[in-house]
Design a protein around this ligand. Sequence first.
Ligand code: PMP
Length: 302
Amino acid sequence: MPSYAYFKKKIIPLEQANINVMTNFMHYGTGVFEGIRGNWNKQRRQLYLFRLREHYERMLNGCQILNIDMPYSLDELCDITVKVTAKSAFEEDIYVRPLAYKSSEALGVRLHNLEADFLVFVFPWGPYLDTDRARCVVSSWRFPKEVPRQKLTGLYVTNALAKTEAVSGGFDEAIMLNADGYVAEGSGENIFLMKNGKLITPPGSDGPLIGITRNTVIQLAKNELGIDTIERHVDRIELYAADEIFLTGTAAHITPVAEIDRRKIAGGEIGPVTKKLQKLYADIIVNKNTKYSSWCTPVYKK
Ligand code: PMP
């Protein structure tokens, strides 16, 4: 099954969507990306894009920061994405990667006097962390201070350094601290701790991306389990004493953390709250729980 891309205003096979080497964003990280999941419901033979609008709302915020004049409205972005996903015709879980970028074939470090364009492509992508119990390590790489927490391509170099440091040390994922030494997030996920019956997650002011899965989990914990989430500073040491820890992200879904810095969390097992949230989330993203149907955009016309 071929993948398709929406590129330079046309839907074309993904392998034909190529960019000139002088394109500005490739050199200076002047792009904004998103990651959206399409989740396959086998019984209904339908693919659902999860919280599509919210992803594009976040992307438009990132575009504001980079002075990218997005050539499409929010509705048009959603519409293009449904069309390119439908054209790809996958019957499995997929990942959608939109990118808004400085498209001028012109070098020079700046945001001004450059054209911008938007592309989006679709491809099958299984579990991101590829483990049901992640072994994590606190990274020696910290987020730089006063950097906007948006999905700006150039910012992800720190995350890439952290991830490779973790994997080369035999771990699954890196936990990143901010410049003040507080816990911020994983290299591609938000982090939650369960302690004394409450969920805790670092606030946006401590550097994490404000994840859409993070927001989903906060709502589900409150509405379905009656558990409040406190957004506050988290010290590295607190991680070791948490009752449960899990990571959240579009790619990683809800991934339990079994170990941090070689200390077992929840005895190395999946904690009870994590398990409940995982089950709720797994049903909601394939539109099995009709209460949250408004979060699921069907791709195929029936
Ligand atoms: N933090 C980082 C650094 C990420 O790249 C992601 C993935 N987008 C997340 C958190 C989780 O965000 P979301 O739930 O919106 O995918």
